[in-house]
Design a protein around this ligand. Structure first.
Ligand code: WT7
Length: 635
């Protein structure tokens, strides 16, 4: 296994240099060594960022589930593949071995086939963090159906938009979900969504909470009886390297979410290789990523990456605060977790609580800590390092995106010296560059600019479902021949990268990627609202919180503004989901605009952040007088 497990910094530099000098040769070696191919590729890579078109391992044939399941049966059949920790600590954890998982996936795949799902069909998965969620992904992949997971915290409208965009044929959901002390009724959210979806033929229902549900005749079916009756083997459907594996939506700068399309071979190779090296996973380790499979982190580093390595991956159904703030640390002790991969927002939330919650736990099983989703601030980094890692477990601060499919910039534990708030060095095969405002690449160290990637990597998204032009415009038009990430970054004196945050209209709240446009659209649909603008402002737990500036149709209207604020937030909750609610809403008579009518968010951002010392030149605004009014009334 020469390509796996980089051991020291010199080796990292050697392998890195090799990977960028001759990327095709490098990735070919990785692909040759560790995977099961039905047919070998004819060509490792062809690419053209101007179209953009990227193809990895063209000509190859494979099935990713054969690599995640079948391949391990002989050597790891009785090892735990998925370790399920339920919402309530009183419910027993489940250890699902590779053999059992293989059988469950085969049965589910047969149920999908029996219900008319064929290769290329899209299946929407709207499930809580229960084993059936991972099984559903793999069942789709086994028969070549394209899964589209929608996070089960999204509203019925958001779900409907996603189902319609991909023209899904089936929804897999559950009667309900547990979130701490709360029980959510998922089935009625699905029912509401399906009122505006024409393409869904079947709804498969997992029983979880025993909520009362109404089954729609001819459409809705309980899954369990179908699984009980299904055959426990299912031959894989052979996929071409570039066949789509899944669609996953992320927010963008217009109201419509972007369905990022990931394909099969490159995604498999890259997630497997990064998982192994970035977490330095060894047989017998217990790896826990606390993300939800509704996000890319869960796809790549709860399901595909770990399973491709025969690892034990933990799925946690609940929340860090239930039954109390010790839950995470109790789970670490209970299952002797060796690798913990979580988000800065969770770290900050737990760091605010009494340290007793941590101190009563042992935590000595931990070896590697991970962070993902947003920049980790200095304070949270130290708290995590001192109290959880006890100064001996390195923190891998992993920077990447839904679009990149896998981790792009990250330390390698025990290899790359960590530095608080720095994602440090590009991973093997990744060629970042920083661009200045004029579009020139900034060479050398101690520079800050916009983060681009100048060479393809195997797990990059290939397109936006149904809208290739938008894919090109969003990612490949800002800088010629480069993928533009939307993030700003600096490179320090030794070449370490620090991600400084989004430079576009996306705001990261509690690690969730939120576009300003869809939220503004939701607000503007309120009958009393004329126009609105959303900006982020620093928040000590969420990283950023949302501040909304709202113009009413009748300014100075005597309506109760407090109620109106509530209605606006309810509206956002209905259209998108509770994660997009505003922390502050200020009613204004106007918004600062340029002469061409563009809202000057920079000014609004500064006011929301209470940083008004240097607003810059406001004299070129169409309506400079409104700035003073907004400042005077700012919340
Ligand atoms: C955006 C992507 C990658 C999976 C979860 C989020 C921000 C992500 C880091 C990090 C600083 C980070 C970036 C990125 N981000 N990881 N370690 N340090 N920022 O995926 O929802 O597609 O969001 O999250 O701004 O562009 P996503």
């Amino acid at each position: 296994m020469s390509n796996y497990h980089i051991k020291h910094l010199e080796e990292y530099f050697q392998v890195y240099r090799k990977s960028v000098r001759d990327p095709e040769h490098f990735w070919q070696e990785v692909a040759e060594e560790h995977f099961l191919w039905r047919k070998r590729w004819d060509n490792v890579l062809s690419w053209d960022f101007s179209k953009p078109e990227v193809k990895w391992f063209e000509g190859a044939e494979l099935n990713i589930t054969e690599n995640c399941l079948d391949r391990h049966l002989r050597t790891h059949g009785d090892h735990t593949a998925i370790l399920f920790e339920p919402n309530s600590p009183d419910e027993e954890a489940q250890h699902i071995t590779y053999k059992q998982l293989h059988e469950k996936v085969c049965k589910m795949a047969n149920v999908l086939k029996d219900n008319g799902i064929e290769k290329g069909d899209r299946v929407c998965i709207y499930l809580p963090m229960i084993p059936e969620l991972a099984i559903a992904l793999l069942a789709c992949a086994r028969i070549g159906a394209v899964h589209s997971v929608v996070f089960a915290g999204f509203s019925s409208k958001a779900l409907a938009t996603r189902i319609n965009d991909a023209a899904c044929k089936m929804v897999i959901t559950s009667d309900g979900s547990y979130r701490g002390a709360k029980k959510l009724d998922l089935k009625s959210i699905v029912d509401e969504a399906l009122e505006s979806c024409e393409t869904i033929e079947t709804v498969l229902l997992v029983e979880r909470t025993k909520n009362k549900v109404v089954l729609k005749e001819g459409r809705d079916k309980w899954l369990q009886p179908l699984l009980d009756a299904a055959d426990s083997t299912c031959e894989v459907v052979t996929m071409k390297a570039e066949d789509p594996l899944f669609i996953l939506y992320t927010s963008g700068s217009t109201g419509r979410p972007k369905g990022m399309v990931h394909t099969t071979a490159g995604y498999m190779v890259y997630t497997a290789y990064t998982f192994k090296n970035i977490f330095q996973y060894n047989d017998g380790d217990i790896y826990w990523c606390t993300a939800d499979i509704g996000w890319i982190t869960g796809h790549s580093y709860i399901v595909y990456g770990p399973l491709a390595n025969g690892a034990t991956t933990v799925m946690f159904e609940g929340v860090p605060s239930y039954p109390d703030f010790s839950r995470f640390w109790e789970i670490v002790d209970k299952h002797k977790i060796t690798h913990l991969y979580t988000a800065p927002t969770a770290i900050r939330a737990l760091a605010k609580e009494n340290i007793e919650y941590v101190e009563k736990c042992d935590l000595t099983s931990l070896k590697v800590l991970g962070s993902v989703g947003e920049p980790i601030n200095e304070e949270a980094w130290h708290w995590y390092n001192d109290n959880i890692g006890k100064n001996k477990s390195p923190i891998v601060d992993t920077w990447w995106q839904t679009e990149t499919g896998g981790i792009m910039i990250s330390p390698i534990p025990f290899v790359t010296p960590t530095k608080p708030t720095y994602a440090t060095l590009p991973f093997i095969g990744i060629q970042p560059s920083l661009m200045d405002e004029s579009g020139k690449e900034m060479k050398g160290n101690q520079v800050e600019g916009r983060l681009c990637i100048k060479y393809p990597w195997p797990s990059m998204a290939r397109t936006i479902w149904g809208d290739h032009e938008r894919y090109r415009d969003t990612y490949f038009s800002a800088y010629e021949n480069k993928y533009f990430t939307g993030d700003g970054a600096m490179r320090d004196e030794v070449g370490y990268y620090r991600i400084t945050g989004r430079v576009d209209d996306v705001i990261i709240v509690s690690g969730h990627n939120l576009g300003t446009a869809p939220i503004e659209d939701a607000i503007n649909e309120h009958p009393a609202v004329a126009e609105s603008a959303i900006v982020g402002f620093p928040h000590d737990v969420k990283g950023n919180a949302l501040y909304g500036y709202v113009i009413l149709k009748e300014y100075g209207e005597t309506r109760n503004l407090e109620n109106l604020s509530k209605e606006i937030n309810q509206q956002i909750s209905d259209r998108i989901g509770p994660i997009a609610k505003l922390d502050k809403i200020q009613f204004v008579s106007g918004l600062p605009k340029t002469r061409s009518g563009k809202i000057m968010r920079r000014i609004l951002r500064k006011i929301a952040s209470k940083d008004t010392s240097n607003l810059g030149d406001t004299s070129t605004l169409l309506n400079p007088e409104v700035v003073q009014e907004i400042m005077d009334n700012s919340l």
